[in-house]
Design a protein around this ligand. Sequence first.
Ligand SMILES: [Cu+2]
Length: 469
Amino acid sequence: MTTRREFFRSLGMTGGAVAAASVSSVALAALPELVSMDKPDTASPLIPPSGRPYNPVVTLNGWTLPWRMNNGVKEFHLVAEPVVREIAPGMKAHLWGYNGQSPGPTIEVVEGDRVRIFVTNRLPEHTTIHWHGQRLPNGMDGVGGLNQKQIPVGKTFVYEFVARRPGTFMYHPHADEMTQMAMGMMGFWVTHPKNRHPLIETVNRDFCFLLNAYDIDPGSFTPKVNTMLDFNLWSWNSRTFPGIDSLNVRKGDKVRIRIGNLTMTNHPMHLHGHEFVVSGTDGGPTPIGSRWPEVTTDLAVGQMRQIEFLADEEGDWAFHCHKSHHTMNAMGHDVPTMIGIDHRGIVNQITDLIPDYMVMGERGMADMGEMEMPIPDNTLPMMTGQGPYGAVEMGGMFSVLKVRRDQRPGDYRDPGWYKQPTGTQAHEWTGRVAQEPRATTHGEGSMPANGTGVQQELTVRKPGKHAGH
Ligand SMILES: [Cu+2]
């Protein structure tokens, strides 16, 4: 029997607002006690205190929901409710989520478990939960109006099914979806294999997170729920860089990362320094013959992918969405391109009118990562984050895989910045730089150029109000 104190220690929590599940027969007749999380930190893996054993996952900037066993059934209690989520230090958002956070807690069960989930609705409107990817009775699938009545405000519904196949799943409402998902309602679900499975490797570290996106005007707190594509916060588990925790592993670890996409566009997820394979989707583990090495895998909307690799290169390796607009934050999406525009003269005229005027972006946007210009309260700079060698100039869907030879097994703490061995870092060339000869040929072989190759420079002028730029 796990004591309350041990239970919280295994959760990586220290007391606070959480309450332990009670096991008296009177209590079992009531709802499982509500466990709520008040911090956006990455909780330690929840070592299963009851039920079949398994190797738990680590939810980036999230946690796993504790359960109670009731006559062999795993009982969970999810509460749909408004929450305040810190997107990154310096910005909080008023979202909807489950049990105190958005996303909701990860649910971890074992193949063959009978699972009972109580869902209490504390939102201002009705809701349901759809268990994305699961085999279950039709009436448990959670599509409001189609499979069940929506859960009215203030009511609790019960879902119950057997977790029939192992794999990577998620949950989200299927009622007023546009609003409820834009507000942050979603969560991860992992069904661990009951026995050794030929297609499921035992790994040393198993991370999971959901891709989500918000449109929150700088200085405001609530997402605009009607936005279809033009989001300004691209997040992992409702966090953006530099608020996303790093993935800290030991050199030589087998690592699995499970990702689900609940945004409105695709995200090519790219890992530096290692090759991975896609070992599973929301349809289950992939056949061995279908796996090939790659360093980027695309997640379409509504898809899940689990990637696996051997972390055999020490260092701090970037891990991010490869759409460059998805690695920046809110401030800056409407900044005009100024590259190549000569501001001299104009600046003097403007500063006569606006003394604090700053020139932005005439040499590129990198200045913005350095200068951390003043921004409205409760928003995040377009690109930010300080690394050991200066501004990282990132935001949004970006984090770091930290591989260390001295990271202890089971230790998920941030080891700090990697110290590169002397002589292994890119550095300035201080020798002679020869004037390179200009190429003068105009194509060769089967497609020779005709004509004399006179150099011409074209200036394009668009008609209308931009003429002259
Ligand atoms: Cu992306």
